[in-house]
Design a protein around this ligand. Structure first.
Ligand SMILES: *Cc1c(COP(=O)(O)O)cnc(C)c1O
Length: 393
């Protein structure tokens, strides 16, 4: 008799194990756009799950821009950028993005995941060294691993540790990679200090501004505006990356930097070369989104007010918010089961907040990740606060 455990049985056993640990993931199917206010199973809910920080994802201007562009340019790009998929709308958007963030040139990628993989693996390889913050997004971690460069993961924000490692590294090329706003904690990386370290030890600095673009800085130009490092003389070693599916409300990502760097990526970033260009209609939607990000200061002002309201309202509750001034406001709960139970209890009361568990965050730090958006009203945050108070009592 065949004593082998079947391949499917092995997977099923491991899935059951995940289930037992409160780590099994499930998808919820929506019948409508994912927005701050939506209907779920026939009931109205307020969602704090979304990365649509400015409330632009459903904006009529974006809808019209993509519809008009679809009529003009079709839906599918048809081929990769280097073959025949590079449309005028892509080229125009790249210029606008570079201008917007204050870098010389920019290159569009299909997703942030692909931008990180493409940029890191094009710049470092075997015999080189990469350094990444321990709390970096999974796509940056994967990018560093895939590059085959020697990887050092430094404790979150520990620049002394990083400097000691940079100092002794004899690698010909070095690259430091960091989230600008840490996606599960909401804190901001010390960009000027990181840039200075990279200058001292002649390393590239890749900054992933997925959660800062559109949100940080007076005009929403992102982490470079926040720290006033735009147009910095040190910026030749800076590789700026941001995604377009969060505050920009569309889809995709870009890398911005020195024109020679961008030309190198056009030639060498495998996730750019070997993939179909994104639909040009999405580029048109992002162009429109950039105009709204720049024009609608009220969205960032509203966000700041909501953040302050939430933080004041949480004072004195049993669970504490992590230190964060960004729309990412994590409420650390501890164990997986409690986080899940709390998220479920909130959902039953019409408030959606995702429970984030390991391996996305370290063991024992399961949390509710509250995402605020300009699409929320003060009454929505009050409702969240009241429901949490209720559950705590
Ligand atoms: C969301 C995110 C990404 C991935 O971007 P996608 O466009 O969704 O692939 C990369 N880095 C960070 C920090 C993110 O939060």
């Amino acid at each position: 008799m065949d004593k082998r455990v079947g391949l499917i049985d092995m997977l099923a056993a491991e899935l059951a194990e995940l289930e037992a640990q409160g780590l099994k993931r499930r998808r919820r199917t929506l019948e409508m756009p994912s927005r701050a206010h939506m209907m779920l199973d026939g009931h109205p809910v307020i969602s704090f799950c979304n990365n649509d920080y400015l409330g632009l994802a459903g904006h009529t201007d974006l809808i019209h821009a993509s519809r008009d562009a679809a009529v003009e340019a079709g839906v599918g790009a048809g081929s990769a950028h280097l073959v025949a998929g590079h449309h005028r709308l892509h080229a125009q958007l790249e210029k606008e993005l570079a201008d917007f963030v204050g870098m010389q040139d920019a290159l569009l990628f299909s997703t942030g995941y692909m931008a990180n993989i493409g940029a890191v693996t094009a710049l470092v390889g075997r015999g080189d060294a990469v350094f990444g913050d321990k709390l970096n997004h999974a796509s940056l971690v994967d990018a560093c691993l895939l590059s085959r460069a020697e990887l050092t993961r430094y404790p979150h924000g520990d620049l002394d540790f990083l400097e000691a490692k940079l100092k002794v590294s004899t690698a010909r090329r070095k690259l430091v990679a960091t989230d600008a706003v840490f996606s599960m904690d909401g804190d901001i990386a010390p960009l000027p200090e990181l840039l200075a370290l990279c200058e001292r030890y002649d390393a590239w600095l890749l900054v992933d501004d997925a959660h800062g673009f559109g949100v940080l800085g007076e005009h929403g130009r992102g982490v470079l505006e926040h720290f006033a490092t735009r147009h910095s003389p040190l910026a030749t070693r800076l590789i700026y990356m941001a995604t377009l599916g969060k505050a920009a409300g569309v889809f995709g990502a870009f890398v911005a930097g020195h024109p020679t760097l961008i030309e190198w990526l056009v030639n060498k970033a495998r996730t750019y070369v070997y993939t179909t260009a994104t639909p040009p209609m999405l580029a048109a939607a992002v162009s429109t989104s950039l105009k709204l990000i720049a024009a609608d200061d009220w969205r960032r002002i509203r966000l700041k007010e909501l953040i302050a309201q939430l933080r004041e309202g949480m004072a004195g509750q049993p669970w504490t918010l992590m230190e964060s001034n960004t729309p990412i406001q994590p409420l650390v709960v501890g164990d997986n089961a409690t986080a899940l139970r709390l998220a479920e209890a909130l959902r039953e009361r019409g408030v959606m907040v995702p429970a984030i568990r390991p391996p996305t965050v370290p063991q024992g730090t399961a949390r509710l990740r509250i995402s605020l958006s300009a699409a929320h009203a003060a009454a929505d945050v009050e409702r969240l606060l009241a429901t949490l108070r209720d559950l705590a009592g």
